[in-house]
Design a protein around this ligand. Structure first.
Ligand code: PAF
Length: 285
């Protein structure tokens, strides 16, 4: 254990980072909403490979939740998270209050057009504004050299890359691999909402994605046929699953692709009762 420090204010983080930077260190950053699982820890490990000091933020960001979504019930497990981060070797946890991030008078919203309008953006219209805004604030506080985001949230990763490029924020954005349970379900803090039957059926999402990869490796390029094969497996094997969207899109623009002439992202959102899960796979023709 390295004696991880927990800081609650932007000012404290600024001072610590200033000291590290003066010593010539590279700063890595992993923004999270807590309820950490192995997927998050793998992002911390990646940041530790690429930077000398790693800060992890734990902040359940109200502005990325829509009305009726799970802001209040989102799992908050700070003590366990801290133990996991200390064991992983992170150097600092930034654990701000809502007022610290959004002080009185806060009036800015970052909107990235185009790629926020498809997939999740279609169903969660304010979500990516909230994500981009909080990440811009966090980047301003931490001023990292690199920041790591999970590839499970592929659209979020594309949005953050676009924002950093457009605003010249000077942060190198890295994607970390999707971490899966032994039966293939992508790790997510929201998996804890599933009851045992839903949890069992949720593994079918990965079976559907694997079928898509298999079809592409056999030469299928038509995205409608690929999606309909995936839909069939999920509907048949997971009767509790309600697919919200299932689409193949361009990796950068998130626009729908009819034919796979370049690599595409097959992205899916599925409801199990009130629990919304997302997953994806890159299809390489
Ligand atoms: O992926 C998440 O956990 C959140 O969207 C993020 C990037 C921490 C912003 O609140």
């Amino acid at each position: 254990m390295n004696g991880i420090s927990v800081l609650k204010t932007a000012n404290q983080v600024g001072k610590l980072v200033f000291k590290w930077r003066k010593a010539g260190m590279r700063i890595g950053f992993v923004p999270t909403m807590g309820a950490l699982h192995k997927g998050h820890i793998s992002l911390v490990s990646l940041a530790l490979e690429k930077a000398d000091r790693v800060i992890v933020s734990i902040f359940v960001n109200p502005s990325q939740f829509g009305p009726g979504e799970d802001l209040e019930s989102y799992p908050r497990t700070f003590n366990e998270d801290l133990m996991k981060l200390e064991e992983a070797g992170a150097h600092c946890v930034f654990f701000p209050s809502v007022k610290e991030i959004y002080p009185d008078g806060f009036s800015t919203s970052v909107h990235i057009s185009g790629l926020t309008e498809t997939l999740c953006g279609k169903y969660r219209p304010e979500h990516f504004n909230g994500v981009a805004t909080v990440c811009a604030v966090l980047f301003g506080i931490v001023r990292p050299d690199i920041a790591v985001f999970g590839e499970k949230d592929a659209q979020q990763l594309a949005v953050i890359k676009r924002m950093v490029k457009d605003l010249n924020l000077g942060v190198d954005i890295l994607g970390g691999d999707i971490f899966r349970e032994p039966d293939g379900l992508a790790m997510s803090s929201r998996n804890s909402y599933l009851n045992s039957e839903e949890r069992k059926q949720a593994a079918v999402i990965f079976k559907g994605l694997s079928k898509a990869s298999e079809l592409v490796s056999k030469g299928e390029r038509n995205t409608e046929r690929i999606c309909s094969a995936v839909r069939k497996i999920i509907n048949y094997k997971a009767p509790l699953a309600e697919i919200q969207y299932l689409e193949v899109v361009d990796l950068c623009t998130m626009e729908a692709l009819d034919e796979l002439t370049t690599p595409g992202l097959l992205a899916i959102a599925v409801y199990f009762t009130h629990t919304r899960l997302i997953d994806n796979v890159i299809l390489n023709p």
